[in-house]
Design a binder for this molecule. Structure first.
Ligand SMILES: Cc1cc2nc3c(=O)[nH]c(=O)nc-3n(C[C@H](O)[C@H](O)[C@H](O)COP(=O)(O)O)c2cc1C
Ligand code: SF4
Length: 549
């Protein structure tokens, strides 16, 4: 059935996109009316259950969103910093409780106290200017350190479209297969979490016959603690657009879709402006620079759901279906958006292509370690003396990142969650054992993921952290498979009960729960949550044992 829905949604192409239309219907008062959803269903020849089922899934489309004016960030970094109760209290002086909702996360992890008002994001000391913010709704650009240790690639200053796209124009004169070989030689691996080799994925898509193919930029950066994709989209937008153009050229795709999260309103505006600039100089559209290659972009604004960062849920989302994870195979590179071959790549992965095309694959391969090549952006939260984004060569020691680049911790820290909610929980004692690369983290029982670092202060009980983690996992579960749908909820209930009463959790039951999640879940959401929990049980056994039988 969902395959048919993909076809029906695809009939209208990207220009008249079903999900886009749902978002527009929600703009006036936060949720589309049932009558509007019925009319949309009729227009797209689908059942009302689909339009209704889809909109009720998303934080910013569902009826509960009606009338919301402000959203308080409840991402892990803000929770660990303990700033958000005050944010809610301050907002309540201006707004009723019903007008305040939640957003996870605004990517302001470097200074916290994050909130969204009237479609704009604020953080840090902005809370002191609430009166004028509510009056003028002006956005306040945040500042954070951006520094490089080693080769400067992703953070390199942008000069002009002419200079930046010169290598794209010469690539168009070369064989697209040769360009793909450069990407394969670089061995650039996906930065969105799984570390899959980009060249291989592009090759699968290139070899699948189809008159229509898509390149999707996964700009749904939902991992609390990570704001490096936001940085690239807002401060280095051409690195992303360039990467998508090259990916399109080597796979014979003609459409690039940027799926940008609603929590990053500035990013979507900036990217649209730069797309328009490229159109003006003829670098997008038909027959680019006389090469015969056609390519255009479409921005899809997400509507508040962590699971839409998972590539198949993301595809369902763009199609206007309920964003449940798809069973693989078929993989998106063979059958993705509207059942057509589709590449889904992370923002940072795409941003690496400018250097690779300009300098050759072996130049990228020469940086970093044997299996983790190139540079990586690492995000540090507000517990560091110098919070911000640091570009480091793969293989850089974690202690260099923490102590030299980040300037050490501001206060006593007991652990760090690195790589998002599905990443590991690294105790302070392991800092000297780790380097920033996929292998080091995996070999030590952690996960590099997107390499964002959130600190857990000494003062925060580990059980509070785990309760928050399970709550997040349960709320964001897509609900498709029951180990995750039920397991994340049960995990949260058990920890909450043990945290707030004399109840002691059965060790056996808890172990079974983690194993069921790990082995029975359809995707890495349910499958990944046990990792940080197991790390916490292992490294903080003394602190945790009082909550177990
Ligand atoms: C629960 C979940 C959330 C994810 N969120 C993101 C995300 O926000 N951004 C992202 O690029 N990849 C995310 N991924 C990984 C994507 O499914 C996919 O692997 C990635 O976009 C592929 O791009 P890459 O090869 O460039 O990393 C997520 C995966 C899971 C299981
Ligand atoms: S593991 Fe969770 S998020 Fe993934 S498919 Fe199953 S229910 Fe959905």
């Amino acid at each position: 059935m969902s395959k048919n829905l993909s076809e029906l949604s695809g009939r209208e192409g990207l220009e008249n996109n079903l999900f886009d239309r749902m978002g527009k219907l929600a703009e006036p008062d936060g949720t589309p009316s049932v009558e509007e959803l019925d009319a949309l269903a009729e227009e797209f020849l689908i059942g009302s259950s689909t339009t209704y089922g889809t909109t009720t899934f998303y934080d910013f489309l569902k009826p509960e969103n009606k009338g919301k004016k402000a959203y308080v960030c409840n991402g892990t970094a803000c929770v660990c910093a303990g700033t958000q109760d005050n944010v809610t209290e301050q907002l309540k002086k201006h707004l009723s409780e019903d007008e305040i909702g939640h957003m996870t996360c605004l990517g302001r992890c470097h200074e916290n106290s994050a909130f969204n008002y009237g479609g704009r994001n604020y953080s840090g000391s902005a809370l002191n200017e609430l009166d004028s913010i509510i009056e003028s709704k002006s956005g306040v650009q945040d500042n954070y350190n951006v520094q490089v240790a080693g080769k400067e690639i992703l953070t390199e200053e942008f000069t002009s479209i002419d200079a930046y796209y010169a290598s794209f124009k010469s690539a168009l004169k070369k064989n697209s297969g040769d360009m793909l070989e450069e990407i394969k030689t670089s061995n650039v691996r996906g930065r969105g979490g799984a570390g899959f080799p980009m060249g291989l994925k592009l090759g699968f898509c290139r070899n699948t016959e189809s008159d229509t193919k898509f390149i999707i930029c996964n700009a749904d950066e939902g991992d609390p603690g990570a704001y490096s994709d936001r940085y690239l989209l807002e401060q280095r937008p051409h690195s992303v657009l360039y990467g998508m153009l090259i990916a399109g050229y080597v796979t014979h795709a003609n459409w690039g879709v940027l799926y940008i999260r609603a929590e990053y309103p500035d990013a979507a505006e900036i990217i649209q402006k730069e797309i328009d600039a490229l159109r003006e100089v003829g670098l997008i559209g038909d027959n680019i620079d006389g090469s015969g290659f056609n390519f255009d972009f479409k921005i899809i604004r997400a509507q508040g759901s962590y699971i839409c960062g998972e590539e198949t849920a993301l595809i369902n989302s763009i199609e206007g279906q309920r964003p449940e994870v798809r069973v693989r195979p078929p993989y998106p590179a063979q059958q993705g958006l509207f059942n057509k071959p589709t590449i889904v790549n992370n923002v940072e992965t795409l941003a690496s292509l400018h250097f690779i095309i300009e300098n050759g694959g072996s130049a990228w391969k020469a940086i970093g370690t044997e299996r983790s090549s190139g540079t990586k952006l690492v995000c540090l939260d507000s517990f560091f003396n110098k919070p911000g984004i640091y570009e480091v060569e793969m293989g850089t020691s974690l202690s260099t990142v923490i102590n030299e680049l980040g300037g050490g911790f501001k206060t006593s820290i007991k652990a760090m969650q690195i790589g998002g909610p599905l990443g590991g929980l690294v105790p302070i004692s392991k800092i000297d054992d780790l380097t920033i690369d996929f292998e080091s983290f995996t070999n030590n029982g952690f996960l590099l993921g997107h390499a964002s670092i959130i600190c857990i202060p000494e003062t925060m009980p580990m059980i509070d952290f785990l309760e928050h983690l399970f709550d997040f996992a349960a709320y964001e579960s897509c609900g498709k498979c029951f180990p995750c749908r039920l397991g994340t909820k049960r995990g949260h209930e058990l920890l909450k009960k043990a945290n707030t009463s004399d109840y002691k959790i059965s060790k056996k039951l808890f172990k079974d729960l983690l194993n069921t999640l790990e082995e029975g879940s359809l995707c890495a959401h349910g499958g990944g949550i046990p990792l940080p929990v197991k790390n916490a049980m292992h490294y903080f056994e003394d602190e945790m044992k009082g909550y177990f039988e």
